[in-house]
Design a protein around this ligand. Structure first.
Ligand code: MG
Ligand code: ZN
Length: 214
């Protein structure tokens, strides 16, 4: 079918640009994560807590992807780190071309850790390589424990799962053990962290993992 052919072509082109990005990052000694999730799971807050944790110890740059507004970039720039906002104007995912363009505004030489916050969407960001070292999928306990089964590709293509908002567990209908086992059923190699960006619980373990990965 024609549509499938076009999609393959688009993805092949994306993969070519993604490997250019990957080479540029490696040459400059930059470790990069691509944070993916549905809207509202707490990606930006995780970015903020991560920057806070590494403050003064690591040079972090951020690429913010959003459908509309630069609200997230404004939040992150309050932490005095270089941040570029990509507004997709309705586009539901970042692609490697957008990331490559936005990287022109960043100084890779002085960056140790690049955080790319993708557009909130559990579907197509899974298929787009952005040249990152790893995809990190964030899910909040308010989203329920069945999401890994419903959106398997995202969990299959991620190396890390951050379960956020665990402080809300007493108030929501989510079995965290079920959530974890559903995710591991899809991808047994997933590294799982349980965090609350509100209370700070689990943030150290997540950041230690990042530090050891760099
Ligand atoms: Mg955000
Ligand atoms: Zn999309």
């Amino acid at each position: 079918m024609e549509i499938i052919k076009i999609e393959r072509k688009v993805l092949a082109k994306n993969d070519a640009v993604a490997s250019e990005i990957r080479s540029a990052l490696q040459e400059n000694g930059v470790f990069a994560v691509n944070i993916v999730s549905s809207p509202g799971s707490g990606k930006t807050t995780l970015v903020e807590k991560t920057i806070e944790h590494f403050s003064g110890r690591m040079n972090i740059s951020v690429i913010e992807g959003d459908v509309q507004t630069d609200l997230d970039a404004q939040r992150v720039s309050a932490y005095n780190v270089p941040v570029v906002q990509i507004i997709t104007n309705g586009g539901c995912h970042l692609d490697a071309g957008l990331v490559k363009d936005s990287m022109k505004s960043l100084d890779l030489v002085s960056t140790d850790f690049l955080i790319i916050e993708n557009v909130g969407n559990l579907v197509c960001p899974a298929g787009y390589d952005l040249g990152e070292d790893m995809k990190v999928v964030v899910i909040s306990v308010t989203e329920g424990d069945d999401k890994p089964l419903k959106y398997p590709k995202m969990f299959m293509n991620s190396k890390v799962l951050v379960i956020n908002k665990i402080d809300l567990l007493p108030y929501v209908n989510c079995n965290i053990n079920q959530l974890r086992s559903n995710a591991l059923k899809i991808n047994p190699d997933l590294k799982v962290f349980e965090v609350s960006c509100t209370t700070g619980e689990g943030i150290n373990a997540w950041c230690d993992f990042i530090e050891n990965s760099i």
